[in-house]
Design a protein around this ligand. Structure first.
Ligand code: SOE
Length: 387
């Protein structure tokens, strides 16, 4: 077994999700690399120490530069806020480290391009943690598309709804709430939630070539946790956009943090000539599939039996499930990160890099930027996606 020595930047929600994946990797997947949790880095030494003690990191750093330059680290994991991604990724690549980065890849396309150039010039393995691709039901949807079971696609429909910022008393900025601060997050729901929807959509249905969007900021001013002052809110609280795919199909995307009762409601439906698939993260182990058949072995199908199938994706033949438990038992949110890490490590070992890498995630960034530009201008915007 080779060691995969990890330097983790950030200790929040994603630091935990990724750390869990490193710790469980070799328990579930037959890989040749054993992750070693070398260092965790955060500006707050006390919090980083508590994190290191909980998750088993060997040491704590407060300056990320020391981690990306450390000779005993192979892989830099960027789980810190969005405005730190570019500098850390570029420096890590220059130091010859592998880089795995939380989504969205960057604050904007210019940064994402610089990061992509840096990892490609350095020739280092890289990945963006778009974890929902690794939900077995979503990976099964991809398989059905590739098997030609959806046929010519017409419509793609995605929603990503949450409700945690409805109260005007929620501050912006600082620990846990940097997602509301445009200077740190880059955007609101577009980069945070729609980036997931766009990544899934383009994975299943190909490039999005043109968009028109509308955004809204419902609460115009919030207390800023860092400055202690009330300040204008500059992120998009909600975003809806229409999309045209390169294959000629049409898409609608809706995201908000103001859908009372919706905590992490991430759904999509793809409708084609021969079938449709529907997924809802509130029922994560199910993929719904409608198969349209007129003739079967020359005989008319029994049309009174046609209908949606709700496939419980927990059998060993379903994506990733042969690594886990017996049929009928399900896996959870944390396993999507474990599956992503396993794909990344198997990609290094096989020499066939896993997706989405930085170049692939750059395409999602292009769509996000086009959506925000369209929301500003009110016009259709070409994305320039080159998948
Ligand atoms: C935001 O609330 C958030 O934590 C996103 O940042 C994650 O990417 C998403 O998966 C869950 O919601």
């Amino acid at each position: 077994m080779k060691e995969l020595r990890v330097g983790m930047i950030g200790y929040g929600f994603m630091g935990r999700a990724h750390s869990n994946a490193y710790k469980r990797l070799t328990d579930f997947f037959p890989v040749q690399h054993r992750p070693v949790l070398k260092a965790v880095c955060a500006r707050n030494a006390q919090k980083a120490k508590a994190f290191a003690d909980t998750w088993g990191y060997e040491r704590v750093e407060t300056d990320w530069r020391r981690v990306v330059e450390a000779p005993d680290i192979d892989l830099i994991d960027i789980g810190s806020p969005n405005n730190t991604h570019r500098d850390i990724a570029v420096a890590a690549a220059k130091n010859g480290k592998m880089v795995v980065c939380e989504k969205p890849l960057a604050m904007n396309v210019a940064e994402a391009e610089e990061m992509t150039r840096a990892v490609e010039e350095a020739g280092v393995p890289n990945m963006v943690w778009f974890n929902y691709r690794r939900v077995p039901a979503i990976a099964l949807a991809k398989q059905l598309v590739e098997e030609g079971r959806i046929g010519k696609p017409f419509h793609y429909r995605a929603t990503y709804l949450q409700d945690w910022t409805i109260s005007e008393d929620v501050p912006q900025g600082g620990a846990a709430l940097w997602r509301l601060d445009a200077d740190v997050a880059g955007s609101g729901v577009t980069g945070d939630l729609l980036a997931h929807s766009i990544d899934t959509a383009m994975w299943l249905n190909g490039p999005i070539v043109e968009v028109v969007a509308k955004t809204e900021t419902f609460v115009k001013e919030r207390l800023h946790q860092v400055t202690g002052q009330r300040a204008p809110v500059r992120i998009d609280d909600a975003c809806m956009f229409l999309a045209v795919f390169a294959n000629g199909s049409m898409g609608t995307f809706e995201s908000t943090r103001y859908a009372r009762g919706r905590k992490n409601f991430n759904t999509f439906e793809l409708n084609g000539a021969d079938g449709s698939v529907y997924f809802d993260l509130e029922e994560p182990e199910y993929l719904q599939f409608f198969e349209y058949k007129q003739l079967q072995s020359g005989k008319k199908v029994e049309s009174h039996l046609t209908g949606w199938r709700k496939i419980h994706t927990t059998n060993s033949e379903h994506p990733y499930m042969n690594r886990y438990w017996v049929p009928g038992t399900c896996i959870g949110y944390e396993h999507t990160f474990l599956n992503a890490l396993a794909d990344f490590v198997m990609g290094i070992e096989s020499g066939k890099p896993t997706q989405p890498d930085f170049r692939n995630a750059l395409q999602t960034q292009k769509v996000c930027d086009a959506v925000l530009e369209s929301a500003n201008t009110g016009k259709w915007v070409k994305t320039g996606v080159t998948l």
